[in-house]
Write a protein that binds this ligand. Sequence first.
Ligand code: ASP
Ligand code: MG
Length: 437
Amino acid sequence: MKVMKFGGTSVGSAQRMKNVAQLIHDNNRNLVVLSAMSGTTNSLIEISDYYAKGNKESASAVVNILRNLYTKHIGELYATEQKKKEMSDFMETVFHEIMLLGAEPYTDNIGKAIVAKGEIMSTHMVTAYLEECGIKAQLLSAFDFMRTDQEGQPDMKYLHDALIPLIDSNPDAEIFITQGFICLNHEGHIDNLQRGGSDYTASLIGAAIRAEEIQIWTDIDGMHNNDPRFVDNTRPVPQLSFEEAAELAYFGAKILHPTCVLPAKFAGVPVKLLNTMEPQAKGTIINNQLSEENKIKAIAAKDNITAVKIVSSRMLLATGFLRKVFEIFETFHTSIDMVTTSEVGISMSIDNTDNLSKIAEELRKYGTVEIDRNMCIICVVGDLRMQNTGIESLVTDALKDIPIRMISYGGSEHNISFLIHEADKQKALQALSNKIF
Ligand code: ASP
Ligand code: MG
């Protein structure tokens, strides 16, 4: 059994849904995880924001836009009048439920129940289409097995114990469909796994049922060796280790959500990144193998980074200084990406600046604080073990004309990161590609 996840663009139109139906049916009883149609989650967030502000009129206007859009999709997707009617009625119930939720006093739970409708609609549409094609498709509600615990983390044991019997109790099903992203929380209220969370759903399910593999289908042929939006002639990387994939996903490769890597890694289930537009392409496989020794595999960049530097003579020969500094970031729920230290100073990079002024105020009790905004992390990933000489110099040589604010190497054996000005990003990515690939 494979877990196959299709993102918003892959189910973004009736035609796209038909293509997906072709790809998922292979007599293997696969479990298919779907996102909402592209744009829908954003519209639903807009609707719940309007309700939160008490603006029912604007909420209704957006509901109507969605209603028209889905009417069009239904007209295009189904062949028979009976299915068209059945699905129009279903959509009407969904939109009616959204309006009913909006009539109640707004809470976060209401907002999340509204946002969850996107995946509910897309999965019903595809299931009904498969049925119309004569395929025995079984829709499983994510609310029956996907749950988070008191810390807001996915409850893996519950997932395993609830999902396996659901699969077993449907021996005739040729294929299973379920919603990505959405879940219940520990109190039983509708919740979600954060934006882009469908990849995470697929990985959690794949780990829970020990799937043969987890396939993440998007519209690019795998993880590329550099950012195709900024650099010419990039190509897909055939294989990555879980660690390499995690670094790339975290540091900017948009194709895979960073949370998706861990569950699959721990369960030892390989993850394949595949292209719905070019299903025959090999894509990228992520597994536990170390291949391509002594090579750089890929480069990614993450924007909107802020560097925070604290310089203090008090740090000289002192113990516990780092702890004090890190504790300040912890207190304000801000995670640090890169760190470099000298005997009298520390530089750190963050991507969430919500509490930056409070952090800076606290830090000023210990030293002089400097903040650089609009920075970007360039992350170079590959086999960077200590004994592999020459790789660091190759990389720094490529960046010789670019002002560098921080360099981080040795945190792991598979990456070296640079902090530069965002304005230099494209130049840096291209220079690295020219030198390395
Ligand atoms: N529909 C959700 C979102 O847009 C989840 C996902 O697509 O992964 O964030
Ligand atoms: Mg996505």
